[in-house]
Write a protein that binds this ligand. Structure first.
Ligand code: FES
Length: 153
């Protein structure tokens, strides 16, 4: 990864390296911060700044299936908020909370770039478009059972 940046610009690899590391480990640990800082030639505090700034980076593990429901304008106008409330009711979870068994976590997110297919949500790296309440129920049930099929994997 470092070789794909121009000489002297290895610091540009901090965020992508953190994302890869988070996918591997489950969250950004203090050890990861130290390692990424060392590899990218920056101070650990600079890595910490990235971790606290970017909402996709997290210090605590989320669920095996992280369900991110968009409630931004296009989705809001097409039922996104109803989907969010329904997901909260069905799972008993709130924003960035994880089920006791670690299978599901929920997050209310800003636009995920799928406005033309609103309401949209994401399960890990998979997009779900034009989501109906019935489809949301199917998604959540599959995530709880552990058999949600991730197309992006
Ligand atoms: S507003 Fe929901 S995907 Fe853009």
């Amino acid at each position: 990864m470092l070789a794909s940046y121009p000489p002297g610009r290895q610091r540009s690899a901090v965020v992508p390296m953190l994302i890869f590391a988070q996918d591997e480990v489950g969250s950004i640990t203090p050890e990861l911060v130290q390692e990424v800082a060392k590899r990218c030639g920056v101070q650990p505090v600079q890595v910490e700044e990235c971790v606290t700034y970017y909402s996709m980076l997290r210090k605590k593990p989320l669920g095996k299936y992280h369900v991110q429901i968009c409630t931004n304008i296009s989705c809001l106008l097409n039922g996104g908020e109803e989907l969010w409330k329904r997901a909260c009711e069905q799972t008993g979870l709130g924003h960035k909370q994880v089920s006791a068994d670690g299978m599901v976590s929920l997050e209310e997110v800003e636009c995920i770039g799928a406005c033309s297919w609103a309401p949209a949500l994401q399960v890990n790296y998979d997009f779900e478009h034009l989501v109906t309440p019935e489809r949301l129920d199917e998604i959540l049930a599959a995530c709880r059972k552990g058999d949600y099929v991730e197309k992006a994997k």
